[in-house]
Design a binder for this molecule. Structure first.
Ligand code: AMP
Length: 208
């Protein structure tokens, strides 16, 4: 099963993808995560990627598509995958169509005000990868799973958030049109479980 997850930053793509991974046994490929790993290195490529990511701009297609192709060629992608964060533009969808036949596209919808609220309070764990937040009583800056000091992504700060949401707004309609009746729309206004339930039913139907 080859899936694409569409949704603005902070709409819950990562959380939904993790649920799909657990039940359907296909890997989650997050271009944001893959690019962030390369950006940590001191190489010229790493520095270029970091500068785009910090400002919330899209990393150029030549870089992103090469990085994705390399990941898709790995053994664990043979029986399918979930693309989390790719494609983000019509051009990227057209590039992807040259190397992969996508079975379905899940598009997550959430009000922009709610997205901004979620993004400014989002905190990440550098050790276990948990996506946590500051919105609960007794928040103490530590990961609730492994007690490591959480950090805030540079691009979860207000200026970068604005830029990321603008990029999303400009590109989502052409992408939805490109995938046509392969698109399954779900709202993430409720809990992660409520978001996942209809998606699970849809994917079980797709497998049959
Ligand atoms: P994410 O973790 O998905 O929110 O992505 C974080 C950042 O990584 C984005 O704001 C971009 O700078 C970069 N990025 C991730 N996926 C892509 C993509 N498909 N095309 C271009 N840049 C990307």
């Amino acid at each position: 099963m080859k899936l694409v997850l569409l949704g603005a930053a902070g709409s819950g793509k990562g959380t939904l993808a993790k649920n799909i991974v657990k039940d359907f046994g296909i890997p989650q490929l997050s271009t944001g995560d893959i690019l962030r790993e390369i950006a940590k290195s001191n190489s010229t490529l790493g520095k270029t990627i970091a500068s785009f990511q910090q400002s919330g701009k899209l990393v150029p297609d030549e870089i992103t598509f090469e990085v994705l192709k390399e990941r898709l060629s790995k053994n664990d992608c043979k029986s399918g995958y979930i693309l989390d964060g790719y494609p983000r533009t019509l051009n990227q969808a057209q590039l992807l169509a040259k190397v992969a036949d996508i079975d379905a596209v899940i598009s997550i919808e959430l009000d922009f005000d709610e997205i901004v609220k979620r993004l400014v309070s989002r905190r990440n764990c550098p050790k276990c990868g948990e996506i946590d937040n500051t919105n609960y009583e007794g928040y103490n800056g530590l990961c609730r799973k492994c007690q490591t000091l959480l950090f805030q992504r540079d691009d979860d700060k207000p200026e970068a958030i604005k830029s990321r949401l603008e990029v999303y707004k400009q590109n989502i309609t052409p992408l939805i049109n490109f995938y046509g009746d392969k698109v399954f729309v779900v709202s993430s206004a409720g809990t992660p479980e409520e978001t996942y339930k209809p998606v699970k039913t849809f994917l079980e139907g797709l497998k049959k």
